[in-house]
Design a binder for this molecule. Structure first.
Ligand code: T4K
Length: 417
C-alpha cells in the first residue's frame, strides 16, 4: 500500500488509507456538533405581523408572558422567569439567594459561563472533581471542600445528565448551604417522570441557539417559591418595582417579544424534536457498541433525557488515536465535533492559581477533558450520516499512522476551533 504522508501539527501524518477514506466518507456539507431547527418561517412571520401591529417589542409583553406560562407548564415547574440568556440567569440565581462573596463549590468541567458568574459576583470558585464514571460533580468529594466561607454548591447537569441531587442536597442540608443547578443543558429532563428543575433552591436554563430548546439567545430561572420568582423578575428589570420605585440594583435581563414568539413556536415542536434526537443517539450507541477505545454513557430507563449532546471518551491506548488526533482528522472529513469541555475551567488563567485548581486534585476531570468529544447531533441530521460517521470512527484508527511526535498531546486552551 502506498503511503502519501502529509504532515500537519494538528493532524499528524495522513496515510494513503486515510486518503481512501476521505474519498469514501468526506461529507459535502459540514456536520456541526449541533444546528438549530427553526420554526416554519410563515408561522413565525404571522407572529411578527401581530408584534408589528401592536408595536410591543419588549419589557415583559404578552408574548413573553405567554411563553413564560407555557414553558412552566411544559417543564412541570411552578415558578419560572425568562431571561435574556443563561449567563445572566445564573447571576440572578446567585443574587436571589444573596450569595455575594465567600466560596461556592463547583465543577471545573463546564462551560466558562458557570465559573465566570461567580467571579463577577466576587465569589471564589472552589473546584471539586467529577464522578469517576460520569461528567457531573462527585458528591463524595464535596464535603471535604466545605469551609467557613462556603455559601453554596453550584452543580451542572452536564450534557443533560442529572446530578446526584439527593446526595448533593443532603450535604447542603448538613452544612446550611444553598444549591443552584446550572441546568443549561437539561431542558425537559425528568427522573421518574418528575422534572429535575425543582431540585436545589434554583435552577437555570439556557435557550441559546445551540440548545435543544432555543429562543435564539435566552434563558430562565426556575424557582422554588413565588417570592424567589418576584426577586428574579425585579432583578431582570433594573430592580424597578413600580413607576417611581426602584428596590435594588438590578440589570437588564429581559427576553424580548420577537424571541419569545420564536420560543412559542419551538415549544410546539420540541417533543417531536427530542424524539428524533433520541433516535439519533440510539443509532450512535448501536453503531459504536463494542468499538474498543470509544466509550459513551448508556441512558437509564428511569430518566427522560433530551439528547442534546452525544459525548464520547477516546482512550488513545485502546482506540489507537488520541482525542485531539481524532478531532483534527474528523475535520478533514467535514465532521466538526467539539471538545466540550476542554480546557477545564480550572486551567483558565484567571482561575488556575486557585488552590482547588491544581490538576493533581482534579484527576477525573483532567482525564475526561482530555478524552471527551461531542459528536454531531441535531434534528434534521440524516440517520444515514450518523451511521457513516460511526463507520468512519471504526475505520479511521486502522488507517491512521500514529505520529505522536508531531502532535501536541493537548492543544493550547482555547474555545474556538
Ligand atoms: N452553563 C453551561 C453549562 C453552558 O453550557 C452554557 C452555554 C451556559 C451556562 C451559558 O448559557 P448562555 O448564556 O449561552 O445562554 C456554545 C454556546 O454559545 C453556549 O451557549 C453553550 N453553553 C456552549 C456549550 O456552546 P460555542 O462557542 O461552542 O458555540 P458555537 O458558536 O461555536 O456553536 C457551535 C456549533 O453550533 C457551530 O459550530 C454551528 C452551530 N450553530 C451555532 C450557532 C450559534 C448553528 O448552527 N447556528 C448558530 O446560530 O458555545
Amino acid at each position: 500500500m502506498t503511503e502519501t504522508p502529509a504532515t500537519s501539527k494538528s493532524s499528524g501524518i495522513i496515510s494513503g488509507r486515510v486518503q481512501d477514506l476521505l474519498d469514501k466518507y468526506r461529507f459535502s456539507e459540514p456536520l456541526h456538533v449541533t444546528r438549530p431547527t427553526l420554526p416554519e418561517l410563515d408561522r413565525y412571520t404571522a407572529k411578527l405581523v401581530e408584534i408589528w401591529r401592536t408595536r410591543r417589542l419588549t419589557n415583559q409583553g404578552p408574548v413573553h408572558d405567554a411563553l413564560e406560562r407555557n414553558l412552566a407548564r411544559h417543564l412541570g415547574v411552578e415558578h419560572l422567569s425568562l431571561t435574556c440568556n443563561g449567563t445572566v440567569a445564573l447571576q440572578f440565581a446567585l443574587r436571589t439567594l444573596d450569595i455575594d462573596g465567600g466560596e461556592v463549590i463547583t465543577t471545573p468541567f463546564t462551560f466558562p459561563a458557570t465559573i465566570h458568574v461567580l467571579h463577577w459576583r466576587g465569589i471564589r470558585p472552589v473546584f471539586c472533581d467529577i464522578e469517576a464514571n460520569g461528567f457531573n460533580l462527585d458528591p463524595a468529594r464535596i464535603e471535604a471542600l466545605v469551609g467557613p466561607d462556603t455559601r453554596a454548591i453550584l452543580a451542572v447537569h452536564t450534557f443533560g445528565i442529572p446530578c446526584d441531587v439527593a446526595a448533593i442536597q443532603s450535604i447542603a442540608d448538613r452544612h446550611g448551604l444553598s444549591v443552584i443547578y446550572d441546568a443549561a443543558h437539561a431542558f425537559g429532563v425528568r427522573v421518574g417522570g418528575r422534572t429535575i428543575l425543582d431540585s436545589g433552591d434554583l435552577s437555570v436554563l439556557s435557550f441559546h441557539a445551540t440548545k435543544t430548546f432555543t429562543t435564539i439567545e435566552g434563558g430562565a430561572v426556575t424557582c422554588s417559591t413565588s417570592r424567589q420568582k418576584s426577586r428574579v423578575d425585579l432583578l431582570r428589570n433594573f430592580g424597578i418595582a413600580g413607576e417611581e420605585t426602584v428596590n435594588e440594583p438590578g440589570l437588564n435581563g429581559k427576553l424580548n417579544e420577537l424571541q419569545a414568539a420564536f420560543g412559542l413556536l419551538k415549544l410546539e415542536t420540541i417533543d417531536a424534536e427530542i424524539e428524533q434526537l433520541a433516535k439519533l443517539a440510539a443509532i450512535y450507541r448501536k453503531e459504536l457498541a463494542g468499538l474498543d477505545g470509544l466509550s459513551f454513557s448508556e441512558p437509564m430507563p428511569s430518566i427522560d433525557y433530551n439528547f442534546g449532546y452525544f459525548p464520547i471518551l477516546v482512550d488513545v491506548n485502546r482506540y489507537g488515536m488520541s482525542r485531539d488526533q481524532l478531532y483534527a482528522t474528523l475535520k478533514r472529513f467535514n465532521v466538526h465535533p467539539r471538545k466540550y469541555f476542554h480546557p477545564l475551567c480550572s486551567t483558565i488563567s484567571c482561575y488556575a492559581s486557585l488552590p482547588s485548581a491544581h490538576p493533581d486534585i482534579l484527576p477525573v476531570a483532567t482525564r475526561v477533558a482530555g478524552q471527551v468529544l461531542c459528536l454531531p447531533i441535531y434534528t434534521g441530521l440524516d440517520p444515514d450520516d450518523v451511521v457513516s460517521v460511526c463507520d468512519l470512527l471504526r475505520e479511521l484508527p486502522g488507517a491512521y499512522i500514529r505520529a505522536t511526535e508531531s502532535i501536541e498531546p493537548h492543544e493550547a486552551p482555547r474555545w474556538r476551533s
